[in-house]
Write a protein that binds this ligand. Structure first.
Ligand SMILES: Cc1cc2nc3c(=O)[nH]c(=O)nc-3n(C[C@H](O)[C@H](O)[C@H](O)COP(=O)(O)OP(=O)(O)OC[C@H]3O[C@@H](n4cnc5c(N)ncnc54)[C@H](O)[C@@H]3O)c2cc1C
Length: 600
């Protein structure tokens, strides 16, 4: 297994190893089964969700529950659940695909869907005993029961392991008595099962429990929270007052809860990224349709350069987000398959598979949640005054998108995690950052080459830039680790800089590799607009990386060292031939306008 696994890039290794375009999975690689699933989900979304958009905005929680039941009948809730527990047992890519295409109707439904299928069910499929899985998973897979996840407390948000909820073993040793208050619990209003995290005695780490929702067992709910967005997603406080839970309902072992919570969140994060993708596509489509129709100065506003620029940027960021999300999803799926083939149970294989790519999960969560918000913001702008009105879908899309930056770990926490996890992996020898970082340090001191490379081949310059952008990360993060050692975690702003660099590299490289792969099979002419999107994304990424690189370097380096690093940064972010960005945007926008939708 070791040899096969070694051939597959490990999580975080994208930074130090070159990836061939043939080795990335792209949405164009969906097989027939995945295509069929995508169409079924889109059809469900159109018919059951989008057609009743206003009911969600009017806080019709019962309607959310009704739609969840219908999704269960169609098998959508059990896509990731193994067949022996009543699910469809489809792979990780298919799971992502369902989260993706179900997301654009309303954030209310996709939150209910994500909370149930992800954090509400996964802790049992990943950590449950055989008895627990047999007992609970089939009902969850079909939507007979709904699940919710109780981690957050009034005093324990980002610091999730600090919860005060207690679990006390009863004198007869048969039950744990749970007491405490949980907050912001999605699906609380209609779930039958809670995954609850509580502390036993003064354990360092919390413990996970499966708790059936039975009001006669000391469980009460707060009122529905009135929220900025996702208005028909049920969000309540949950109070446990001497709630008796059989000892056999403990998940994994005592004190294992924090690990369960974090691993469930890894899966949740990449799925949340997927759950922002179709929102972006649909916002772009809705915006271009309006822009094509709406005339000012006797001209469709879509013909104005200012609007074209927005349409192009919206499309390019959606394209990069989907390129990166499916690239990572397939890596996870492949690693799960390799582990299963070598004798791991599905449970062990999935756990390890997702954990391996936790860095990419955090990167994607941050990137796509911010892109969807920006996309919705520009969507409002394209609609002008009408964008501010409840009569058009833009304001709800904007409000719904806002939560994605907060839950499943805030974007600040995920940014710091992405770099922190990478440094840890390097320390453990799982990703060799030190060797490449030292090479970059040597390069900084050497004499730069003045050769003018041949950049005539498609993406040759862009791929060269990606190699150099990776050097920016290695230079900034490598020197920071050297300078601060374990104290680096106290330098949060520097970590945020490093993370912004990391995120942009992954997204830009994914968009380029996807497009290169497709240009090889469909021809460059057929990929004209995709090429423009990949180039545009990279151009923006270089600017972000430049700014974050400078900020990072000047925060800790002084004098000659600073000068040398800033010169390196200039070299590493240099274009030999700048792309004509206005032309790129026009190419993209003209296509989206002509197709009257996001069409990639
Ligand atoms: C609509 C909704 C649904 C939710 N659903 C669920 C659910 O189903 N189950 C569940 O358990 N929870 C759920 N949550 C809770 C959610 O996961 C938390 O809100 C989130 O983890 C942030 O915690 P907090 O709100 O306490 O914010 P805080 O942790 O107080 O954070 C406030 C700010 O401080 C920053 N911050 C915190 N710590 C640090 C640090 N160490 N360094 C730098 N910055 C820091 C944060 O990034 C943030 O910007 C939900 C929340 C909402 C709003």
């Amino acid at each position: 297994m070791e040899t096969v696994e070694k051939e597959l890039l490990r999580g975080g290794q994208f930074l130090v190893k070159e990836t061939n375009c043939e080795d990335v999975f792209t949405p164009e690689d969906f097989n027939e089964e995945q295509q069929m699933m995508k169409e079924a989900v889109m059809e469900f979304n159109d018919r059951e969700i989008i057609a009743h958009r206003e009911r969600f905005e009017k806080k019709d929680y019962a309607f959310t529950e009704e739609c969840m039941r219908k999704a269960g009948e169609l098998g959508f809730l059990g896509v990731a659940v193994p067949e022996e527990y009543g699910g469809l047992g489809m792979g990780f890519v298919s799971t992502m695909l369902v989260c993706d295409y179900i997301s654009s109707g309303t954030g209310s439904f996709s939150t209910a869907f994500g909370a149930h299928t992800g954090i509400g069910t996964m802790p049992i499929t990943l950590y449950g005993t055989e008895e627990q899985k047999q007992k609970y998973v089939p009902q969850l897979a079909t939507g007979e029961w709904f699940g919710a996840y109780c981690l957050t407390e009034p005093g324990a948000g980002s610091d999730a392991n600090s919860g005060k909820t207690t679990a006390e073993l009863t004198a007869d040793g048969k039950h744990y008595k749970i007491n405490g208050q949980k907050m912001w619990i999605s699906n609380a209003g209609f779930c039958k099962l809670f995954i609850v995290f509580a502390r036993i005695e003064d354990d360092k780490n919390i413990t996970g429990f499966i708790v059936e929702n039975d009001p006669s067992n000391g469980i009460t709910l707060g009122e529905e929270e009135h929220k900025l967005g996702i208005r028909a997603s049920s969000t309540r406080q949950v109070f446990f007052n001497d709630t008796m839970v059989p000892v056999e309902n403990m998940l994994a072992g005592r004190g294992e809860g924090f690990k369960i919570a974090m691993n469930a969140l890894n899966v949740g994060r990449i799925k949340l990224a997927a759950a922002c993708l179709d929102s972006q596509r649909r916002i772009t489509t809705t915006a271009v349709q309006y822009a094509n129709e709406r005339k000012q100065f006797k001209t469709p506003i879509a013909d104005f350069g200012a609007i074209k620029s927005k349409i192009a940027e919206m499309a390019a960021s959606a394209y990069a987000g989907e390129s990166a999300s499916y690239r990572a999803a397939k890596k996870i799926e492949d690693r799960i398959a390799i582990r299963q083939a070598s004798g791991n149970t599905h449970q062990e294989a999935e756990l390890k598979g997702v954990e391996e790519y936790a860095i990419e999960c955090s990167i994607l969560k941050v990137a796509v949640s911010e892109d969807v918000q920006n996309c919705a913001d520009e969507g409002i702008q394209i609609f002008g005054g009408m964008g501010f009105s409840e009569e058009t879908p833009m304001e709800a899309a904007w409000r719904d998108a806002r939560i994605a930056r907060i839950y499943e770990g805030t974007n600040e926490i995920n940014r710091m995690l992405s770099v922190g996890m990478l440094v840890k992996k390097a320390m453990k020898g799982h990703v060799d950052l030190l060797g490449p970082a030292m090479k970059v340090a040597d390069e900084l001191m050497g004499i730069p080459s003045f050769d003018v490379p041949d950049f005539s081949k498609l993406f040759s310059e862009e791929k060269d830039i990606i190699v150099r952008l990776k050097k920016v990360f290695l230079m900034v993060a490598g020197s920071a680790v050297q300078k601060f050692g374990p104290d680096l975690e106290k330098h949060q702003q520097l970590l945020l800089n490093a993370s912004n660099i990391l995120i942009e590299i992954y997204l830009a490289e994914s968009a380029i590799l996807r497009t290169e792969k497709n240009a090889k099979r469909y021809g460059e002419e057929a990929q004209k607009e995709q090429i423009a999107m990949a180039k545009l994304y990279l151009f923006n990424a270089v600017e972000i990386i430049k700014k974050n690189g400078i900020e990072g370097v000047i925060s800790f380096a002084e004098g000659d060292e600073q000068k040398m690093m800033l010169m390196g940064l200039k070299r590493f972010t240099k274009y030999t031939n700048y792309p004509n960005v206005v032309e790129l945007r026009n190419t993209i926008a003209e296509k989206v306008k002509a197709e009257n939708k996001y069409c990639f």
